[in-house]
Design a protein around this ligand. Structure first.
Ligand SMILES: Cc1cc2nc3c(=O)[nH]c(=O)nc-3n(C[C@H](O)[C@H](O)[C@H](O)COP(=O)(O)O)c2cc1C
Length: 357
């Protein structure tokens, strides 16, 4: 609990504050990436390298940061990414996050490794709730899980496709991060790999045929989370997926993979508006969201920043972190001369046409 959240002016400031309140292994679990953390740094520095090229004297008296997804208007392009084990970050865990998301007016994606029942989160949610899916051992279990969350009001299933095994998360392993035995992951009996340091293979590897099957089981919107290649995006669309999430899992799986903002244009070019594309990884300021939307994303997700805020001050922290980012985004839009997200495009980048894949 902090005295006043007013002391936080930018999203990045929650990290050092969280570090002082979190047990060391939990902080390392959140902050760390895979291997030498080259991609972890790159996710942010790739945003830093993009220079904005603003226009002036346009009417930006009223800036609307809202976006539309499947015809539904959202107040901002910000979504809270699925993050596991949130009761390790705050006693109320995911419940505090979903309440904070509600106050800030943004959707919340519940991890399969949630430490709170989906139904309890649905009861507290005032904004759309999505579910991030890790396949269970048997298809029947996976189907039952989907039916359960959809019955509770889940509006979208994001199947994570970038984690056939966990990455070599050096800092997390070194710090001895483990899920305490009294802490349950009620929707994943396998504990998601945090029940022991050396156990790297608790995930169920999946293939395209599983996505085909999943399409027949998911009745809400189906997103593929963890796409980095245009051909994979194409295959997903062929199988009837509703949306693509460009993600490298917050650089937690395979080190030296490409930064998500760098690969986004090639995927958006391939997708060419057939389905919405969401990007995550390294988004820390309003200008990053401007860049992501200018490169074709329909929305963005943040992971680490909001769970640092959760650790610092629970529901209030989460709400404050999103509000700060949304405000920074509105300012950035005004400062580049755009009143609406629909007009953001790559003429905002210096030089106008960057070289990218
Ligand atoms: C502590 C932590 C736990 C995560 N747990 C999950 C998870 O259970 N499922 C999943 O698909 N992604 C998970 N992710 C990845 C996030 O959903 C997201 O892709 C990533 O955090 C975005 O990058 P950012 O942290 O730089 O914003 C996790 C990320 C972190 C930091």
């Amino acid at each position: 609990m902090v005295n006043s959240l007013d002391q936080f002016i930018s999203l990045k400031e929650f990290e050092p504050a969280a570090r002082t309140v979190l047990p060391h292994p939990v902080y390392e679990y959140i902050a760390g990436g895979a291997g030498d953390e080259i991609t972890l740094r790159e996710n942010e520095s790739a945003f830093d390298r993009i220079r904005l090229w603003p226009r002036v004297l346009r009417n930006v008296r009223t800036v609307d940061p809202g976006v539309s997804l499947f015809g539904v208007r959202f107040r901002s392009p910000i979504i809270l990414a699925p993050v596991a084990y949130q009761k390790m970050m705050h006693p109320l865990g995911e419940l505090a996050s979903v309440r904070g998301a509600g106050r800030a007016g943004v959707p919340f994606v519940v991890s399969t490794n949630t430490t709170t029942l989906f139904e309890d989160l649905a009861a507290a949610a005032t904004q759309p709730l999505w579910f991030q899916l890790y396949f269970q051992r048997e298809r029947a279990e996976t189907k039952a899980l989907i039916q359960r969350v959809e019955a509770a009001g889940c509006q979208g299933v994001c199947v994570t496709v970038d984690t056939p095994v966990l990455g070599t998360r050096v800092r997390q392993f070194r710090a001895g991060f483990q899920l305490p035995f009294e802490m349950d992951t009620p929707h994943n009996q396998r504990g998601g790999g945090a029940r022991g340091n050396s156990d790297l293979d608790r995930h169920t590897p999946i293939e395209w045929s599983d996505i085909e099957w999943l399409r027949s089981v998911v009745h809400s919107k189906l997103w593929l989370k963890g796409v980095l290649h245009p051909e994979d995006a194409e295959q997903a669309i062929r199988l009837g997926v509703d949306g693509i999430m460009v993600s490298n899992h917050g650089a937690r799986n395979l080190d030296t993979t490409v930064a998500t903002i760098d690969v986004l244009p090639s995927i958006c070019r391939q997708v060419s508006g057939r389905v919405p594309v969401i990007v995550d990884g390294g988004i820390r300021r309003g200008a990053d969201i401007v860049k992501a939307l200018a490169r074709g994303a329909a929305a963005v997700m943040i992971g680490r920043p909001y769970v640092y805020a959760l650790a610092v001050d629970g529901e209030d922290g989460v709400a404050r972190s999103v509000e700060l980012l949304e405000r920074d985004f509105r300012y950035a839009m005004a400062l580049v001369g755009h009143a609406s997200v629909e007009t953001l495009d790559r003429t905002l980048e210096w030089p106008g046409e960057n070289e990218d894949a």
